[in-house]
Design a protein around this ligand. Structure first.
Ligand code: NAI
Length: 278
């Protein structure tokens, strides 16, 4: 899909991968809406892009709140008086520990933001995008965690995060099916490790789930070993322009997870079929 001249909404657009996507799209002459729970940071990020002569605006969005989604849609459809053709459900948070030690409120927060947020975005935007008649694409940011299980040394032991990202993958596959024959299509981004502030995601935890907590500390950036978010954004924009469903950022990280999962699952299936002769 040619992004030139389109309106693109990016949730979590104030930081990390979201800002990388927004910058890459804006450089390709898209008009970008940075929608984020960190409204001031989104405002500043949009100003940075406008300072480069690019078209950008921002708005407050809490992806778990339907009313906030409606307000975001009004900004997105109204700001340039043009229907958005791209929605990136990218906002996400990381947290949790093992399957049996994760507290309920962390489980609920991670699932609310990472999958309910995606569902609400689609529920709010898809009908209005379809009504516009313009070709459109809704792309969800899942993770390499959606392709299997990354080694624990990469991304830590975050059971609810992994489970929620598998849900994002399942929902994205359903979107691809359900949009078939319409003006919409779907995509799913499965990033490996990318430089961002996700390690400090608790800064945005809602009061209902235990409230905000900053993990900021002096020293080197905890994700400095990751792929620069600007590079991830460019690669994502390339793959959106060639209409890929599966969208990757790093390569080796995602391939390792996918191969480990498929080799094991295929071997288990082969053994099962042999056992029962089916
Ligand atoms: P980040 O923390 O830098 O950016 C996340 C953005 O989402 C922030 O701007 C934050 O304010 C916003 N946000 C958080 N809660 C929100 C809410 N309730 N409503 C609206 N906005 C909210 O982190 P990053 O890494 O850029 O995360 C973007 C997406 O990429 C997430 O879905 C994450 O799970 C995914 N991802 C990141 C990887 C990485 O290595 N950085 C790897 C795989 C996936």
């Amino acid at each position: 899909m040619d992004v030139n001249g389109t309106v693109a909404v990016i949730t979590g657009g104030a930081s990390g991968i979201g800002f990388g996507i927004a910058s890459a799209l804006a450089r390709r002459s898209a008009k970008v809406v940075l929608a984020d729970i960190e409204a001031e940071r989104a405002l500043a990020a949009a100003e940075v892009l406008r300072g480069q002569g690019l078209e950008a605006t921002s708005c407050y969005l809490d992806v778990i709140d339907p009313a906030s989604w409606d307000a975001t849609a009004d900004v997105a459809f109204g700001h340039w008086d043009q229907a958005p053709q791209l929605l990136f459900n990218n906002a996400g948070v990381g947290g949790g520990t093992t399957v049996h030690e994760t507290p309920e409120r962390i489980w609920d927060w991670v699932f609310s933001v990472n999958i309910r947020g995606v569902y609400l975005g689609v529920k709010t935007f898809a009908p209005r995008m379809l009504e516009s008649g313009l070709p459109g694409r809704i792309v969800n940011t899942a993770s390499e965690h959606a392709l299997g299980l990354p080694p624990n040394l990469r991304g830590g032991i975050v059971a609810p995060y992994t489970a929620a990202k598998h849900a994002v993958m399942g929902y994205s596959l359903c979107m691809r099916r359900d949009f078939e024959g319409t003006s919409l299509s779907a995509g799913v981004i499965c990033p490996g490790v990318v430089q961002s502030d996700i390690w400090n995601a608790f800064r945005n935890r809602h009061d209902t789930f235990g409230g905000p907590r900053s993990l900021e500390r002096p020293g080197p950036h905890p994700m400095a070993h990751g792929l620069p978010a600007a590079t991830a954004g460019e690669r994502i924009a390339d793959q959106v322009e060639t209409d890929e469903f599966f969208i990757f950022t790093n390569g080796p990280d995602e391939a390792e997870v996918l191969e480990t999962f498929t080799i094991e699952a295929n071997a288990a299936m082969a053994a099962f079929r042999q056992r029962y002769g089916v």
